[in-house]
Design a protein. Structure first.
Length: 362
């Protein structure tokens, strides 16, 4: 008999496979397990198989076939466990637990979103935003506060990957990759083009081949959106970096992604375009590392941001405590306008989405 690899499979599990294939009876399995228990400690599936073959309960060929099937099942289970360990569940969102380098090496296509506390609070009541999140290929931690929260829940993140850190690193990572070309969408008038020039200068090539600053409220103007889509398509860019604020940028990707066939990677980058253009100053690194970037942002733009951070986002800590105690309940969304769905996305109920993608298990 060949050498057997699935070391952690037990005799009971092997026996259940043999029973399902009707190669042995329940009585034969019981007798073999009792004999195995008398002869070996700890109980081992390999010894069980040898006992069954010796007792002529099964043939050597049948046993080898079952072991092969068992090995395949074990590999599938191992992959599922590995995938599960690569995610952290915070409230109703599953967030990928990746390092910056892991994300850069894996990302050859798909939508990348960067959840923070404000996103998680909006995701408690905004169904469109939630659906955009469920269709994302990567969701990575963009908040030191979420880093602390995950640690409290016993599932720490490997690294904080904010959009404003990831995007310039992404450009530098692909500085010699001619297949990567970027279109910037966002910022006030002229800001995206200024960011384009600065990024290209830092990267040493024309990695950003298009830039556009849309009008305020552009997302509600279908004609302007279609003109922007045409602009992106004509540029030939393979990457779209959109920074118009959440949840507008995520919803825009969700709604129009299917109209951008040349774009392989979609990055929702928030204020990153402003940072890259040099028109907005980032918080000092020490404040960001301590999870106090929100305080700097309130100081920089109190009229716009005080309510978000001091009123709308504060309930997060109560919800986090509920999750820690196993009391958090998934939100019940109100119905949204079905005409807002992208043409290439099948509309499904929010209950189906919640059942498939969101859990409170940590």
């Amino acid at each position: 008999m060949g050498k057997l690899t699935p070391k952690k499979m037990t005799g009971n599990f092997l026996g259940s496979i043999l029973l399902k294939k009707r190669l042995i009876t329940q009585g034969q399995l019981g007798r073999a397990l009792r004999k195995q228990h008398q002869q070996a400690e700890p109980i081992n599936w390999q010894l069980l198989g040898e006992i069954l073959v010796e007792a002529q309960a099964i043939t050597q060929q049948d046993f080898d076939e079952v072991l092969a099937r068992q090995g395949r099942l074990n590999k599938i289970k191992s992959r599922q466990v590995a995938i599960e360990h690569d995610r952290v569940n915070l409230l109703n969102v599953s967030i990928d637990n990746l390092s910056m380098l892991e994300l850069l090496e894996r990302l050859d296509s798909g939508v990348v979103l960067t959840p923070n506390v404000d996103h998680l609070m909006k995701l408690q009541h905004d169904l469109e935003f939630f659906k955009a999140y469920t269709l994302a290929d990567y969701r990575v931690c963009d908040s030191q506060v979420l880093m602390y929260a995950a640690r409290l829940l016993g599932t720490p993140f490997k690294e904080k990957i904010s959009g404003s850190d990831f995007f310039p690193t992404f450009c530098d990572f692909h500085r010699h990759n001619e297949d990567i070309t970027v279109f910037l969408l966002g910022g006030a008038e002229g800001v995206a083009d200024k960011a384009r020039k600065r990024i290209n200068q830092k990267t040493g090539r024309e990695i950003v081949i298009g830039a556009h600053s849309p009008s305020f409220g552009f997302e509600r103007n279908e004609q302007e959106c279609l003109e922007i889509i045409e602009m992106i398509n004509q540029s030939g860019a393979s990457v779209l970096a959109i920074g118009v604020g959440a949840p507008k940028q995520e919803k825009w990707i969700y709604k129009y992604k299917h109209k951008l066939p040349n774009v392989k990677i979609f990055l929702a980058v928030g204020a990153t375009i402003d940072f890259e253009a040099g028109v907005v100053r980032r918080a000092p690194k020490w404040m960001s590392n301590l999870g106090m970037e929100w305080l700097f942002r309130i100081y920089s733009d109190p009229k716009r941001l005080w309510k978000r951070y001091l009123v709308e986002d504060l309930p997060f800590f109560g919800l986090l405590l509920q999750q820690k105690l196993g009391l958090y309940k998934l939100p019940r969304f109100e119905a949204v306008n079905q005409t807002d769905k992208p043409a290439n996305v099948k509309v499904i109920s929010h209950r189906s989405i919640l059942k498939r993608r969101a859990t409170t298990k940590v």
